[in-house]
Design a protein. Structure first.
Length: 211
């Protein structure tokens, strides 16, 4: 039994190390989302005006460059998460299978949240993006808390809180363009803060669960 116990402890340590890698991957993914997605959105919205000033094709700034940035960002995110698995144990495989419903439900919540914004009154349509992102982040936090044991996903709680809290002052602003820019910047800031928190606290995952 002693050899078996030691072997199981080694497996648990390796799997906890995977959780650490996953936590770091999530931090990097959130930072990338906080930079690439808002930047791409701004290019699509203001690319034509910028292209006119730079004397370049509007298609370059409104379509090609945003698509390229999104492709690069998504590729890096996929690589970071796929490289977070260093062991193929039976326990880990079973854990991943159990996590799939949580992940699917999380994506469904994000899709539904932003789909609902289509039915929000026009005067609140832009601000509703923050409500959707904030609400989806908080629900995702509650769902993912039931996924891998060692991770707490507090970064999702931070993102949701920032989006919802900073959406309140925007209700008093009448300038639609200003509201749009602040909304995009708020999204960016919330994801970057969440990503930095996740990255800085990744080391704590290695020590959690030890006896």
């Amino acid at each position: 039994m002693g050899e078996i116990d030691r072997f199981e402890k080694v497996i648990q340590l390796v799997e906890r190390y995977e959780d650490y890698l996953f936590q770091k991957a999530m931090g990097i993914a959130l930072i990338i989302c906080g930079i690439i997605f808002p930047l791409s959105a701004l290019m699509v919205l203001y690319g034509e005006a910028i292209a006119y000033q730079l004397h370049v094709s509007p298609t370059l700034l409104t379509t090609l460059l945003p698509s390229f940035l999104l492709l690069i960002g998504i590729s890096v995110i996929v690589y970071k998460f796929s490289s977070a698995h260093v062991v193929k144990s039976r326990i880990r495989k079973e854990s991943i299978r159990k996590d799939i419903p949580h992940i699917f439900l999380m994506f469904l919540i994000w899709f539904t949240a932003f789909y609902i914004t289509n039915f929000v009154p026009e005067s609140y349509s832009i601000i509703s993006w923050l409500w959707a992102g904030g609400g989806a982040s908080l629900l995702s936090y509650l769902i993912m808390r039931r996924a891998p044991y060692y991770l707490r996903y507090t970064e999702l709680l931070l993102i949701g809180g920032i989006c919802l809290f900073l959406s309140l002052p925007l209700l008093r602003i009448q300038d639609e363009q200003l509201v749009l820019i602040v909304t995009v910047l708020t999204f960016s800031a919330s994801f970057i803060v969440g990503g930095l928190y996740s990255t800085v606290n990744a080391m704590k995952v290695l020590s959690q669960g030890e006896t």
